[in-house]
Design a protein around this ligand. Structure first.
Ligand SMILES: Nc1ncnc2c1ncn2[C@@H]1O[C@H](COP(=O)(O)OP(=O)(O)OP(=O)(O)O)[C@@H](O)[C@H]1O
Ligand SMILES: [Mg+2]
Length: 461
């Protein structure tokens, strides 16, 4: 990346200043634009790391409205760009406002080229560092297990467990909502085990009719039932020496649960209609998105089987709880999809990042993957936008600069987290927040937040 010539975009309508700047930045490939439209065009085509932008642009060369609009669009399109705004002499107010909108720095006219060079060089270095940082985060996220992105502390922990469990023969239960990567983890357990070069046999207990499941699992002898025209080994036998993956184990019918339990205890299979006991050596991995505790309470799942299959339990967090990892995962999936579809896409727009952070992702990683895949196909620019992701209606407005509103949102969020962490114990939540209990009560009232403890004592709603 650093091999490429450093690109600087100068957005300035004054011809004299344009050539002065060109001359001053001879270490850079200087691109020039005189208005918003040509600036955005240059940005799209050349992706300069640093932009030097005059706030007074035509048709409002004397004011700042066009300058601010340009700044906002540049940052929405390419959020990592370092924009340095150039304001008129003494125009501190607009300079600060620009930084509030996301500009990297400001500079006041008249131009002192030595100082400006320093500012631009530093902006460029910071941009490089940020790129390098992102690259390292991605590298670290991909490394532990092949094909699995382990971004953020929760997923790193999961991968560490997988790495430890894989070489053993411990029966492993993988739990997680739909689309969190249970099958991916089951395959990783297999491929990191000494059984990697033997079979990985998966069976989806929810997809096969109850009447057929037993024969699917354990096989049958010729003539065991109508249609059993030849002797057929089951999946368990096929997996001999390898790994048997029982997907959606929570949906296994009770009668078969007893047979599976027997297999896990004795490690022999008896084909349907057969008498022979065939010894089988398999490593068993199970997965489900069901709440097995509830299933046990409701008599749908055998408790003794549960203990058998959960020698080790791996819990995959839903995507919405992977605070740090979401965007890193999204970036990696984007890179993958872009190269698959041979599209030159360099990242997410600011509104897309915002939408990814804030969407609840009920379909978890699968949903994210699907949305990114179709966005890569639909995207018109080099950046995928929230609309490309089909998340366009999630608050796409520019960053909120009303301090009172910003404070309200931040405080509400912190209070909600403290209440969750303290299981709705108000005293404990107040302690976590570093405020007194009465102050917390005031804030709960002010922001209309319900806590279970508070609701118990007061209003019914
Ligand atoms: N950590 C991850 N890194 C990269 N890709 C992932 C990750 N987790 C899940 N995926 C991808 O998301 C998709 C869904 O994963 P998978 O099929 O393993 O989920 P699942 O939990 O088995 O879902 P379901 O309960 O619906 O069967 C797959 O395409 C998988 O490759
Ligand atoms: Mg699955």
């Amino acid at each position: 990346m650093s091999e490429q010539r450093r690109r600087l975009l100068v957005v300035e309508d004054d011809r004299g200043l344009q050539s002065q700047l060109r001359w001053c930045f001879e270490d850079y490939e200087v691109l020039v634009a005189e208005d918003r439209e040509s600036a955005l065009g240059q940005l799209r085509r050349h992706e300069p790391a640093v932009v030097l932008q005059d706030l007074g642009l035509p048709p409002d060369a004397e004011g700042v409205s066009e300058g601010f609009a340009t700044l906002e669009q540049i940052l929405a399109m390419a959020p990592s760009t370092k924009v340095i705004v150039v304001t008129g002499h003494g125009d501190q107010h607009n300079a600060v406002k620009a930084v509030g909108l996301g500009a990297y720095d400001f500079y006041q006219k008249p131009v002192d080229t030595d100082v400006l060079q320093l500012i631009v060089d530093r902006a460029w270095q910071i941009h490089e560092l940020e790129l390098e940082n992102q690259r390292l985060a991605r590298q670290q996220a991909v490394s532990p297990l092949d094909g699995i992105v382990a971004a953020g502390p929760k997923m790193l922990q999961v991968c560490r467990i997988i790495e430890k469990v894989a070489p053993t023969t411990a029966t492993t239960l993988v739990l997680g909502e739909s689309g969190t990567g249970k099958e991916l983890m089951a395959r990783a357990i297999h491929s990191l085990s000494p059984r990697a070069d033997r079979a990985f046999v998966a069976i989806n207990c929810a997809a096969i009719p109850e009447a057929l499941l037993e024969s699917e699992l354990f096989g049958h002898e010729k003539g065991a039932f109508t249609g059993a025209v030849r002797q057929t080994p089951g999946k368990v036998e096929t997996a001999d020496g390898g790994t048997l993956f029982l997907d959606e184990i929570g949906d296994m019918p009770l009668a078969l649960q007893a047979k599976l339990l027997r297999f896990l205890q004795e490690r022999v299979v008896e084909r349907v209609g057969g008498r022979e006991e065939i010894p089988v050596d398999v490593r068993v991995v199970c997965a489900t998105n069901q709440d097995l505790d509830a299933a046990i309470r409701e008599g749908r799942f055998r408790e003794d089987l549960y203990y058998r299959i959960s020698e080790i339990t791996v819990r995959l967090p839903p995507l919405r709880e992977r605070e740090i990892g979401k965007l890193v995962l999204a970036r990696i999936l984007l890179e993958k999809a872009a190269s698959q579809h041979r599209r030159r896409i360099s990242g997410f727009s600011a509104d897309a990042q915002h939408a990814i952070e804030n969407h609840s992702w009920p379909g978890n990683v699968r949903e994210l993957e699907n949305k990114i895949r179709s966005a890569v196909i639909l995207a018109e620019g080099k950046h995928v936008t929230a609309a490309d992701l089909g998340l366009g209606d999630i608050d796409a407005s520019p960053p909120n600069l009303n301090l009172r509103e910003v404070r309200r949102i931040a405080e509400t969020e912190a209070i909600r987290r403290a209440l969750t962490l303290s299981k709705d114990n108000v005293s404990q939540a107040a302690k976590l927040l570093g405020i007194t209990r009465p102050t917390l009560y005031d804030l709960l009232q002010k922001y209309g937040i319900q806590s279970a403890e508070k609701a118990d004592g007061s209003s019914p709603g």
